[in-house]
Unconditional design. Structure first.
Length: 371
């Protein structure tokens, strides 16, 4: 359970982090002198390709290369399915039917370094290098139905863990601006390496933005934008963790013992109900399905708690193996942001994301230069 939260925490460090610059078509009578000067000047850089032609047509181009450093904070709610858990490399127990998550929240603080270059006047490409420190908090329980077909909580616990991740990747941003208004369609691909995962986790991030720039004085510009943020991650995750890194062994032992007692009590209740039915009632499809569901859930819960009990007795040497499918509770959230350009070399920016079940904030600085 913890591992999915861990994965998504680190994946989000690939979030769109470009200080908002773009090739802007200068229009309007009040900007005629700027447009004329752009057309008259000889564009001095090799990049972007067709940069000279774009400048001759009145496009104000940003410097063709940049270095971005950003800080990111985010929280996410998550959904886990097809959960299987085992201990000490033993058999995996399918818990998808019996485990319920009351709360699953991840929090990440990350630093993102991103060099970029304009290949074409309307296409920016970049690399991603990020380090993150994250924590996960999970409350979950193991449930099974009783003789009244009411699901009963047999075992409940929580865990919180801290971890680090390293992300590398690349991205591209098609963008266009006219008269200070712009559209940017950022997309990037990232691979996050975390010690608890068997292989790096893949993510795809898409962030459309629409905004407007306002010239203040000289080269100072204020830019505001709004848009969306969507994350798609690979659904399957497998790996291994040390149990001692996740739980308090003293509390866990007593919780597991109590859970095993409850499993026995509920099983006795279900068997008493079933044995009290006559032969006709036992052949009733509804009663047969009810009895089969209860037995299946109680068996899964009992096997899991029994295996967990053995592992916790030697917790310092024990490990937990897992396999699960995961997805975010909400793929999309809304974003608003702004940037202050001191000059064409230096910019500072901030952005917040909200709505849905993910919140985030990012701030950063950018330095640009010509190539």
């Amino acid at each position: 359970m913890k591992v999915f939260l861990l994965t998504i925490s680190c994946l989000l460090v690939t979030e769109y982090s470009l200080g908002q610059v773009y090739s802007n078509k200068v229009v309007g009578k009040k900007n005629a002198s700027l447009s004329d000067s752009l057309k008259a000047q000889d564009y001095p850089y090799l990049l972007p390709i067709w940069g000279k032609k774009a400048a001759k047509r009145g496009f104000d181009l940003p410097y063709s290369a940049g270095i971005n450093v950003n800080y990111l904070y985010q929280q996410s709610d998550l959904v886990i399915n097809n959960l299987q858990v085992g201990f000490n490399n033993g058999p995996l127990h399918n818990l998808d039917e019996v485990v319920r998550f009351d709360k699953a929240t991840s929090t990440t603080n990350a630093v993102n370094f991103r060099p970029d270059v304009w290949i074409l006047p309307f296409l920016n490409v970049y690399g991603i290098f990020a380090k993150s420190r994250s924590s996960t908090a999970i409350d979950f329980g193991v449930w099974a139905p009783n003789s009244s077909n009411q699901w009963t909580e047999l075992f409940k616990t929580s865990t919180k863990a801290d971890f680090e991740g390293t992300t590398v990747g690349f991205g591209l941003t098609p963008t266009i601006g006219v008269g200070g208004g712009f559209m940017a369609l950022d997309m990037n691909f990232g691979w996050t390496d975390i010690a608890a995962l068997e292989k790096p986790a893949f993510s795809f991030v898409f962030g459309p933005r629409f905004g407007k720039s306002f010239r203040l004085k000289k080269q100072q510009v204020l830019t505001l934008w709004a848009g969306g943020f969507r994350v798609k991650i690979n659904s399957g995750t497998t790996g291994s963790l040390a149990i001692g890194d996740l739980f308090d062994s003293q509390n866990l032992e007593s919780q597991i013992a109590s859970g095993l007692t409850k499993v026995g009590d509920v099983q006795k209740d279900v068997d008493t109900w079933w044995n009290g039915l006559n032969s006709v009632e036992q052949k009733n499809p509804a009663n047969k399905a009810k009895y089969a569901t209860a037995n299946r859930a109680l068996e899964a819960a009992g096997n899991f708690l029994d295996a967990a009990s053995g592992a916790v007795s030697t917790i310092e040497q024990s490990t937990v193996q897992y396999s699960l499918d995961k997805q975010q509770k909400s793929l999309w959230n809304f974003i608003v942001g702004g940037q202050y350009q001191l000059n064409k070399h230096f910019m500072i920016r901030g952005e917040v994301g909200f709505l849905g079940t993910r919140t985030q904030a990012i701030t950063g600085v950018q330095y640009r230069f010509g190539l």
